[in-house]
Design a protein around this ligand. Sequence first.
Ligand SMILES: C[S@@+](CC[C@H](N)C(=O)[O-])C[C@H]1O[C@@H](n2cnc3c(N)ncnc32)[C@H](O)[C@@H]1O
Length: 471
Amino acid sequence: MSLVFVFVFCHYRFFRVLAAAQTEKKLRGAVGRICVFSGNTGMEPKLYRPPAEVRGMSSLDRDAFTQTISVPAVRVPVRVLNKVVKSLKKSSIQRPGVPRVVQDTEENADYRLVLLDPHRVTSPTSFSEAEAEALRSFGVPEELHHYELKLTYENLKSEEVLEAVLPQGQDVTSGFSRVGHIAHMNLRDHQLQYKNLIGQVIMDKNPGVTCVVNKTNIIDSTYRNFQMEVLAGEENMVAKVKENGLTYKFDFSRVYWNPRLSTEHERVVQLTKWGDTVFDVFAGVGPFAIPAARRGANVLANDLNPESHRWLQHNCKLNKVEKKVRTFNLDGRAFIQGPLREELPALLKEKVRVHVVMNLPALALDFLDAFRGLLHQEPQCEENLPTVHCYGFSKDDDPDTDVVKRASQSLGFPLEKLCSVHFVRNVAPNKDMLCVMFTLPKEVLYRVAAFTTTGTRKTWKSQLDGSLSGP
Ligand SMILES: C[S@@+](CC[C@H](N)C(=O)[O-])C[C@H]1O[C@@H](n2cnc3c(N)ncnc32)[C@H](O)[C@@H]1O
């Protein structure tokens, strides 16, 4: 019995290898004009490389990418087609817009060709044991046919197109952030010559993207928005995005929005509870303020950029929290020394939990001095002091220590061992964004030698009056 098995197995292996050798020979002859075989090691790995003539193209000519390549295929009777397609999932061709099953080239209506991935399958021995077994059980010969496949621009991936067009050896990274219908790129100098082509390719290859922009400078110093240039598509900068289940609408060219902060927004919002009060000093268009209000917090949200303030109000309505959020259009220090100072004593007395969110990482640590002596005229509260979540960038070797030191200096009080630091993200090589969380010390809030640092305390009321008239 076992001898019979050994014989059958050897016999089977022998014919598999023989079939492989024959098919490989056939394929090599058939596709020699189009793609290169490198001995027995398989097809040339750059099989999907577009024609060489596209190199250096500056305006996109999609037709120039059309070519014919030869791909392996198995000939399958229609009656077992679905089962075979299922069994060959791993080996069949997977290209955008390319069918896996085509008509039989011998025009026999009872057969179809299942196209295979030429990088995976170069001979019948390329099939896994499971695939070979499946073919046998469905009575499909493990013989490879070749099929002349027409590949067009539509079948290529964006990096394949760009790699073929841009100068050889240069980085073609085409990463972008997506903000609603806008793809937001940060092109390098050597890519600028091809910027419109790159924009067009990104738009073509990403459904839903109807506008591609490139940053033309570093982040604007005051309102944290970017100067940007439209590379392709419509010039509509008003985006609508979803973050953590809520909707935000804004003019991306005039306000700050970063899709990479959604986890951080969620993390801080989760720390708030129903009935808490949240002061969002640099609120932007509302990604902390609005979800906190949805969780039942009362929110006072502020932003100096009139455009952010306008969209913040709009988004409060859009998410039906306008009754829970009061908005302000003040400088952060004026907001702390104005509306926040006014509200705080009663909240602390009534044991309401208070959070202060300060997300302006380039400057927020410096704004902490606004808390010095803020309540020096009020009766001292020992418990239930506000929790501050203050963001900072650091390029230091020890970023945690660095931000705590800067926060302490700004407050005029040592925070070491009285705070926690959360790493948010790496924003550039050697530059981290961190969040320092601490309970605002009573020694800071109630100290008398307080507000000598700025003169804004006297002026917040006039700024506030102006802002309440609405956009
Ligand atoms: C980094 S963004 C953060 C926005 C929002 N909190 C978020 O997480 O997306 C900082 C915001 O602070 C605002 N801003 C800049 N300087 C300010 C200041 N001195 N006072 C108040 N807001 C300011 C900007 O307009 C911007 O919307």
